[in-house]
Design a protein around this ligand. Structure first.
Ligand SMILES: [Zn+2]
Length: 391
């Protein structure tokens, strides 16, 4: 079995090897290319001058898929893309540091998955703790503290039984990452975290650089997904968040640290104003309805009142329902042709039918209260019609 030397010797990025299996699916006598596995993408680079498109391990051997052909027996040089590899080393180590921070914050922490993407890294954790914004901020703070503390990162192999017996070692139970045959590869961040892992890592946490937590989500019951970025992506995100916070603070004439209090104050003010506006509007409608009621007219031997009110449909219906007893029919209409009818002795919906037959629109309701909308005329025309047909 040929295994990659990438994980144990991540700094060797150029090497020579013999082609054991030729074609475009190449197997080498030895390789420093990391094959895709455990959430870490395959290395990029060139072999014999051909671009490496994919690196895969089937457990027996490692195949390098090339953009070209090589012949068995030839000696070739392999060059691993240093930038992408360095990014993966930083990202992978950052995930261990994040897990270590999680150990300090969460109850019953477990490890459920991991993936390094080109711009962000995803870690799935199982925990019974609720991961809120505050916890996420603390998680990021602890991770960056650990980076600053420049802790050594080391790796070694332990017999499988010994590793599994240790309760301080984090295992990805889904992929059993790091476990090959009878040994388990252990990656230790000094005084911070121990995990079974087969990936490539930096040798000191300070090499990770700044880490920015981007999002959290809940992909399943009891599972928390944390997405973070290392490098430019994370630095840019932090800058844009800071810019947004400063813009908001400037707009509200306060400081970033006072933003939350200021936002609370503004929300309370807004709610109070909304209540005030609502009661002023109600008062206005009541005054208008009173003056309509005070100007009744006779129609078909009954006592009617009708008038135009600026109000929404709910207010109209409420007002006609509260029609005083001495009034037989109350018709209220908005300037745009919404109307409500409240009636005692005759069916309110029949009045609506009469008005919609005359002026268009449609409506209906009960004998007590009926509504209509979409009339083709303005409110005053309807009021004029009702008063004119006064008999
Ligand atoms: Zn790792």
């Amino acid at each position: 079995m040929v295994s990659s030397k990438a994980a144990d010797d991540p700094e060797t990025l150029e090497f020579e090897a013999t082609v054991e299996h030729g074609g475009s699916d190449v197997v080498l006598s030895e390789t420093y290319f990391y094959p895709e596995g455990g959430g870490q993408p395959p290395d990029r680079g060139t072999i014999g001058g051909h671009e490496v498109l994919d690196v895969r391990s089937d457990g027996e051997r490692i195949a390098h898929v090339l953009d070209g052909q090589l012949t068995a027996g030839e000696t070739v040089s392999g060059v691993v893309d240093p930038n992408f590899r360095r990014y993966c080393m930083r990202a992978h180590t950052a995930s261990h540091v994040l897990y270590g921070a999680g150990r300090r914050l969460f109850e019953e922490l477990g490890y459920a998955g991991f993936d390094i993407g080109p711009e962000k890294v995803r870690v799935d954790l199982t925990t019974t703790s609720r991961v809120d914004d505050e916890t996420l901020v603390e998680l990021e703070r602890l991770v960056n503290r650990c980076v600053w503390e420049s802790r050594d990162v080391t790796w070694r192999r332990l017999p499988k039984e010994e590793a599994l017996a240790r309760d301080d070692v984090a295992f990805n139970t889904k992929t059993e990452e790091g476990i090959t045959g009878e040994t388990v590869r252990i990656v230790e961040v000094d005084g911070w975290d121990v995990a079974a892992c087969g990936g490539t890592h930096v040798r000191n946490t300070r090499q990770i650089g700044p880490v920015t937590v981007l999002e959290r989500s809940n992909p399943g019951e009891g599972m928390t997904r944390v997405e973070f970025a290392v490098g430019p992506e994370g630095i840019d995100r932090r800058a844009s968040e800071k810019r947004a916070a400063l813009d908001a603070a400037t707009e509200l004439e306060t400081s970033v640290t006072e933003l939350a209090d200021e936002a609370t104050r503004i929300r309370e003010d807004r709610n109070a104003l909304r209540d005030e506006l609502e009661s002023a509007r109600t008062e206005l409608i009541e005054t208008r309805v009173s003056s309509i009621i005070e100007d009744p007219f006779e129609r078909d031997g009954l006592r009617w009142a009708a008038g135009v009110v600026e109000a929404d449909a709910n207010h109209l219906s409420e007002a006609v329902r509260d029609r005083p007893d001495e009034l037989d029919v109350l018709v209220l209409i908005t300037p745009t042709g919404q109307l409500a009818v409240g009636s005692g002795p005759i069916d309110a919906s029949e009045i609506v039918d009469e008005l919609t037959a005359e002026f268009g629109g449609g409506g209906g309701g009960s004998p007590d209260v009926a509504q209509a909308g979409g009339l083709d005329v303005d409110g005053e025309t309807v009021v004029g019609y009702l008063k004119r047909t006064d008999t």
